[in-house]
Design a protein around this ligand. Structure first.
Ligand SMILES: Cc1cc2nc3c(=O)[nH]c(=O)nc-3n(C[C@H](O)[C@H](O)[C@H](O)COP(=O)(O)OP(=O)(O)OC[C@H]3O[C@@H](n4cnc5c(N)ncnc54)[C@H](O)[C@@H]3O)c2cc1C
Length: 496
């Protein structure tokens, strides 16, 4: 009996010793649960080792939000813990993956590298280069889709083209069967001591702090990092707010949305897990309103996929407007106005509250994003690409596809067929912050001003001076006329 047990375990150990070493290259999939690639890697071998490359090209302090990097580092810490619990390791490199990854693969004598495909132009070129180098060294490469419920090739028009309008995209996308969540990695085998030494020689480092990377974020994060926190956030949302989402999601001062955008950006939670949660919520609905609310939230998940599919099909979106008319639009706003917009000092309370929410928390409500984007482009007549960049420099959930999609939608330069969308800051505030709770929260200097003045923006010059709050930097009505005039001129010019 005793000997049988020993022989069984010796056999098991020798088998384990023979396992192929598979590296899983994490990028925007910082989790071990509900992951297509992790599952595939584990099916290939129990010896699954994680790797994350801190790519200097993607971590330029002038371009990336400190809140986002702080969240990323927190998620990597949690992922390291998850790997340790599963019996393996997450290794960290600070290098261009084109060089760093093949060097590590060689040092560890890995047989295969797995990763998830991405839609961003930079990632696609990088992945092609890394795959070519690895294959030239006879290393197996396995790249699969994971962050989308449907890969770009699955959703197309009857003619086989990508969709450029959301509604028909949703009709098609919503009718397709969705994949179920996948079991997580629980039982991996880690590196031996010798292999760990080899990894260190190949450039593996301890996880740096955000400050080590040149990013300093002192405020609390809008969402705690890691899969457990994201899972809790989802559970809280589907236990209540999802059933009133349709009514509540636009109210600026209320927590009517999920707050999951950063978790989705970094793939801290699987998209199949989210979809499954919506199906359970639908099954629990007791009214048509509740059902409509859950479906509205599903539509937001589809917007996320729509913009990712769009960026995949039209990579040129990343660098300019989709519509020709906007290519040389005569933007005429000044640098000083842009700085006032960034700082939340335009003199329009609803705009300033939103910008200060983002500056202080790294997150901004969706309705507020639309208001400030319209104000920048249609009231200040400043190029939407400057706003897009500032958002990427500030948002915890800053994501090329969603941010670019949101900005092009707001600027009217994108795929959305509506030619001109101009938001009136006063009507937006009256409708979506009727008690001025949101304005008072983010503009404490205006707390004593009466609600009507805050939502309409009609604050007397005396009150403005008393509160140390600026006069409006432009006049909404005048700027609306000016913008329309420039638009008509540009339209005529483009048509001729
Ligand atoms: C100008 C502008 C810029 C934006 N920039 C970003 C960005 O950088 N990153 C980002 O994730 N979202 C961006 N959005 C979309 C949206 O504002 C955020 O996804 C949302 O506010 C996140 O809050 P939530 O997680 O509570 O969303 P919920 O309302 O709970 O929605 C659930 C999820 O659906 C997705 N989603 C919701 N609305 C949209 C949308 N309009 N477009 C794409 N995906 C959506 C998000 O992943 C979100 O987490 C932008 C919108 C605009 C108008």
């Amino acid at each position: 009996m005793q000997w049988g047990w020993v022989v069984h375990h010796l056999l098991k150990l020798s088998k384990l010793g023979m396992s192929d070493l598979v590296l899983f290259w994490h990028r925007r999939d910082l989790r071990l649960s509900d992951s297509v690639g992790i599952r595939a890697a584990r099916d290939r071998s129990p010896k699954v080792i994680g790797i994350f490359c801190l790519d200097p090209q993607l971590l330029q302090p002038a371009e990336v939000a400190p809140a986002r990097v702080t969240y990323l580092i927190g998620c990597l810490q949690k992922l390291q813990d998850a790997y340790a619990q599963a019996g393996s390791q997450l290794l960290i490199l600070k290098d261009n993956p084109r060089q760093g990854l093949p060097r590590l693969v060689m040092a560890l004598n890995a047989q295969a590298v797995y990763w998830h495909k991405d839609v961003e132009p930079y990632s696609r070129t990088r992945d092609r280069d890394v795959a070519a180098t690895l294959r030239s060294q006879n290393i197996e490469v396995c790249a699969t889709w994971d962050q989308l419920l449907h890969a770009p090739a699955e959703i197309h028009t009857g003619k086989g083209d990508p969709y450029s309008v959301y509604t028909p995209f949703w009709r098609n996308w919503s009718q397709k069967a969705k994949p179920a969540p996948l079991p997580g990695l629980m039982d991996a085998i880690g590196l031996t001591d010798n292999e760990q030494q080899a990894a260190l020689k190949a450039g593996v480092i301890s996880l740096p702090s955000p400050q080590d990377l040149g990013f300093d974020w002192q405020n609390p994060l809008a969402i705690p990092p890691g899969t457990t926190a994201a899972q809790e956030c989802l559970e809280e949302f589907v236990a209540g707010p999802i059933f009133t989402y349709q009514d509540q999601r636009n109210f600026l001062g209320k927590p009517g949305t999920s707050g999951l955008s950063a978790a989705l950006k970094f793939g801290v939670i699987g998209i199949r897990t989210l979809w499954q949660a919506t199906l359970s919520a639908l099954a629990a609905c007791r009214s048509d309103e509740a059902r409509a609310s859950v479906e509205t939230w599903q539509k937001e998940l589809a917007w996320r996929e729509f913009y990712q599919h769009a960026l995949f099909a039209f990579p040129e979106l990343a660098t300019g407007p989709y519509r020709k008319l906007w290519q040389d639009f005569p933007w005429e706003g000044t640098d000083q106005q842009f700085q006032a917009w960034c700082a939340g000092q335009t003199g329009y309370p609803i705009v300033d509250a939103a910008m200060r929410q983002m500056n202080q928390t790294g997150w901004m409500h969706n309705r507020a994003r639309m208001i400030v984007a319209s104000f920048l482009t249609k009231d200040l007549i400043i190029d939407w690409q400057r706003g897009e960049r500032y958002f990427m420099q500030t948002l915890i959930d800053g994501d090329l596809a969603a941010n670019n999609g949101g900005w092009q939608w707001s600027a009217s330069s994108g795929m959305d067929p509506k030619p001109l969308r101009i938001f009136n800051p006063a009507s937006q505030a009256q409708k979506y912050d009727p008690e001025a709770d949101y304005i008072r929260q983010w503009l404490p200097e205006l707390r004593g001003v009466e609600t009507e003045a805050l939502v309409t923006g009609n604050i007397s010059p005396g009150d403005r001076e008393h509160c140390g709050y600026p006069d409006p930097i432009v006049d909404h009505k005048q700027q609306q006329q000016r913008f329309k005039q420039l638009y008509q001129q540009q339209k005529a010019k483009t048509a001729s």
